[in-house]
Design a protein around this ligand. Sequence first.
Ligand code: DQA
Length: 144
Amino acid sequence: MKLLILNGPNLNLLGLREPEIYGNQTYDDLCKLIEAHAAASHVEVEIRQTNHEGLLVDWIQQARGIYDGIVLNPAAYTHSSVALLDAVLAVGLPTVEVHLSDPMRREAFRQISYVRSACVATIAGKGFAGYLEAMDLLLQRYSA
Ligand code: DQA
C-alpha cells in the first residue's frame, strides 16, 4: 500500500510557529514519526509540504493511479479552497483530512472546511498522532 501525506502552508514551521497551539516538535520530527509508523505498518509513504495551493492541487491530481490513499492537512487552505475540494473529488482516492489542532474549537473562520465533504474522515485536535490514526484508517479500508 502506498500513501501520500500532504501538508499545506506554514506546517514547515512547526516547532517555531505558535507552539502553544501546535507544540514544540518540528516538521522534521513529524516526518520521522510518520516514516517510522509506515515502516512498522509495512506501508510506503511519500511526505510533502508546500505553501502553494496550486501545487497541492497538482500533487492530488498526480496521485491517481500511484497512491492508494491521501492524508491531507491543507492547513489554512482548509478554510478557503474549493480547488482542493474539487481535486479530491476528481481523483476519487480515499482521503483523510487531518489537523493538529481542532479548528472547530478555534476562530469562527476555521470552522468551515471545504475539503471535508470529499474526505472519508476528519481527524482533528490529536497533534502528530492524528496523522498516524489517519494512516491506520486508510490501511484498514485498503485491507478490508
Ligand atoms: C491546521 C489548522 C488550520 O486552521 C491552520 O490554518 C493551520 C494548521 C492544523 O493542523 O491544526 O495551518 O490545519
